[in-house]
Design a protein around this ligand. Structure first.
Ligand code: CDP
Ligand code: MG
Length: 692
């Protein structure tokens, strides 16, 4: 293992003060520029000061890739193996042990841990890191941790760290707790704006990098793009361009991508200094904006866009679109150029866009997300007197979004008509999946298609597999889902891989990522274990729920017939994401209150067409991508007969009752509330964690 020497960072001057403040207060807020050492150093300070004697230090990260890379870095600085004193836990990958004292984990994992251990008794300190990112899970944790801190028996300490100046908002939220500031060491950054928006920001970014490379002095370049696909395109273009440069005209260029699903080995390379005489170019997603700091960056190329989730509770649609960044983000990005010495930032948009078109701040995720998963989580925590509609949020989400989440959860059978979590909902919350996929697995267990559903869910949970599929040279030799869509295709692909003995060479031939498939197998194993645990609760037996049904061979018939139980389960899980084809053409209309006209995304596995060239009448989909026009992605053919009962379920739904509120949504709670509070209270008694 390469051992990193602990760097001297601005935060080191504050070690004593931080430790003292944590020992004296139950919560503090720590503010410091990105790169000042908050994420990598504070946990080590507290460890050295003895805070890990009675429990672990948990450091939350909104991003998986940050949690992993930072844990590796800290382990390396401390000269220990990852998984020993320093470990990490992200979804489907737990690298901790009984030795672990410092644990980096995603905010989603910590929320999940609250389900099993509401008082977080394993921890002595929680560092709620990168709070400025305002991720949905971090925002929920704010409220959950606040409740916990108010408990007279809780000894938990909380450190909230942030790179921006919302310190008073955070401090006020925790009853006016102390704020510590680590002064930054930022060098001046010269900002250049383009005269007009380029036709293609990708081309323009490549052009700008080549310009800097040819004309500017030494120093590494950081380019912000919006996603893996774009980044790989840019890396390819840059590589091609560098090849055409005359030898000896300028120094070499080392081009490195950085995005969430990048293999760990590739992530580590980002942080290594470029060899002498070579310029490093990091082409990154937004992860490099604040959560990951790469040293040596002198030039930043900022096209001004970011890929962002946007949920519209009225249409019930979740879209992942490319949107302009906020002014705060633009400033943050520029700052990345001035970490080691004065730098330059090339904004690929005019000054007037910055001044007049960019929104001043980024809307917190909680205000633009589907809250289905979050509300299920909150309700499953069985916090005494919890009322989701009046939960203490740092910034409350829109009422419609909460109402929408309740409606979705009801549709998925996760809550009953009174808004109480059903046994099924509780199981869904315990599974490490978003509610739709969790529902699919539980439905599949009942329909005898758990085996298939586990494979499909596992494959869907591994980003790498999905993109590789469309990139790989399939040459007709790989399964294509037999016209039924992505899910069946993924199932077939996985089975083919197993049949080929999980052979990495086979993967290479087929243009598939062996690593991603192996990861899918691991995820599958974990999901199978989690489902069988849930089934134990239900059956009171250790049997995997569909063992007997699974052995019932379904070898006969077409793929379409054989996958009926699987597709039925998918249909139940995605009951609120169904679309029906138009009678005369291949446009689809989504179901729901405000339906939309959409097209099947071209990346989708081929769907069957009838003699008139028409696609299946009914499909389910996972997401709506709003690029030039709305597309639905990850579609699967389903039958009208399965859809009917699901759609009928929404009719006559009483949202007021569902919310558990006697009054209309948005109005103050009436007398029914206390009764509800008392009900929840009873369910939690005996857990020894009475609060308030
Ligand atoms: O959290 P904050 O932005 O304040 O800083 P940090 O992430 O703790 O980073 C402190 C220093 O460690 C920076 O100079 C990073 O470049 C370096 N670092 C690294 O070299 N490799 C990592 N995997 C993480 C951080
Ligand atoms: Mg940090």
């Amino acid at each position: 293992m390469e051992e990193a020497s602990a760097p001297v960072l601005p935060i080191h001057a504050f070690e004593e003060e931080i430790c003292h403040s944590v020992s004296k207060n139950s919560a503090i807020v720590l503010i410091g520029e990105t790169g000042s050492g908050k994420t990598t150093q504070v946990s080590q300070f507290l460890h050295k000061a003895g805070f890990t004697k009675d429990g672990m230090i948990g450091v939350t990260q909104p991003r998986r890739v940050a949690a992993v890379s930072v844990a590796r870095r800290v382990a390396s600085e401390m000269g220990v193996q990852v998984g020993a004193e320093v470990g990490y836990s992200v979804r489907f990958e737990d690298r901790t042990s009984r030795q672990t004292r410092i644990k980096y984990l995603t905010d989603g994992i910590l929320l999940r841990e609250c389900l099993a251990d509401p008082s977080l008794s394993q921890y002595s300190v929680i560092i709620l890191d990168e709070a400025h990112e305002r991720s949905l899970n971090t925002d929920i944790l704010f409220g959950v941790l606040k409740r916990l801190m108010l408990s007279p028996t809780s000894k938990l300490k909380l450190v909230v760290t942030s790179a921006t100046l919302e310190e008073h908002k955070f401090a006020d939220f925790f009853g006016g707790c102390p704020v510590l500031k680590v002064p930054g060491r930022l060098h001046p950054v010269k900002i250049m704006h383009a005269l007009e928006r380029p036709i293609s920001y990708l081309e323009s970014a490549v052009e700008t990098v080549m310009d800097i490379h040819a004309n500017e002095g030494p120093g590494d370049i950081l380019v912000f793009l919006t996603g893996q696909e774009e980044i790989e395109k840019a890396v390819k273009k840059l590589t091609d361009r560098v090849m055409t440069l005359e030898q000896g005209t300028c120094q070499d260029m080392l081009i490195l991508p950085l995005y969430g699903s990048l293999p760990p080995e590739a992530q580590v390379r980002i942080f290594r200094p470029a060899p002498p005489g070579c310029r490093k170019v990091v082409v990154a997603t937004n992860v490099a904006e604040t959560s990951v700091t790469v040293d040596g960056i002198v030039y930043v190329v900022d096209p001004g866009f970011v890929k962002q989730r946007q949920y519209n509770p009225q249409t019930g649609m979740d879209s992942l679109g490319v949107v302009p960044i906020s002014r705060v983000q633009a400033v943050q990005r520029a700052g990345r150029a001035g970490r080691t010495r004065p730098g330059q930032c090339y904004r690929l948009y005019p000054q007037s866009v910055f001044d007049h078109e960019l929104p001043p701040v980024t809307l917190p995720e909680i205000q633009r997300s589907s809250l289905t998963g979050a509300v299920l989580h909150l309700k499953s925590l069985s916090l005494p007197g919890l009322d989701v509609l009046h939960f203490e949020f740092l910034d409350p989400p829109p009422r419609e979004a909460l109402g929408d989440a309740l409606r979705q959860l009801y549709l998925l059978d996760a809550i009953d008509a009174d808004g109480d979590v059903t046994p099924l909902g509780r199981k869904m919350a315990d599974l490490p999946l978003e509610p739709h996929l969790a529902r699919v697995l539980l439905a599949a267990a009942d329909l005898g298609s758990l085996d298939e559903a586990l494979t499909v869910t596992a494959m869907l949970s591994c980003e790498g597999v999905f993109t590789q599929r469309s990139d790989g040279d399939r040459g007709g030799s790989l399964p294509d889902g037999d016209g039924l869509g992505d899910h069946v295709m993924l199932l077939q692909l996985y089975r083919r891989w197993e049949k080929a003995g999980r052979d990495p060479d086979w993967c290479r031939q087929k243009g598939l990522q062996a690593r991603s498939l192996k990861f899918a197998a691991d995820v599958r194993r974990q999901l199978a274990a989690a489902v069988s645990k849930e089934a134990d609760v239900r059956n009171g037996s250790g049997r995997e729920p569909d063992r007997n049904q699974k052995s019932e061979k379904r070898r006969d018939g077409s793929t379409e017939e054989r996958t009926v139980p699987l597709r039925k389960a998918l249909c139940i899980g995605f009951a609120n994401k169904l679309a029906r084809r138009m009678t005369k053409h291949n446009g689809y209309r989504t179901m729901g209150e405000k339906s939309q006209l959409v097209q099947v995304h071209p990346s989708n596995a081929r769907l069957q067409v009838d003699d008139d060239g028409l696609l299946p009448e009914w499909v389910l989909y996972h997401e709506l991508v709003a690029t030039s026009r709305p597309f639905i992605r990850h579609c699967c053919k389903v039958e009208g007969a399965w859809v009917d009962p699901l759609v009928r379920r929404t009719e006559g739904l009483d949202l007021q009752r569902l919310s558990g509120q006697p009054a209309t949504l948005g109005e103050e709670a009436g007398p029914g509330e206390s009764a509800k509070g008392a009900k929840v209270d009873r369910s939690v008694s005996g857990s020894g964690s009475q609060k308030r």
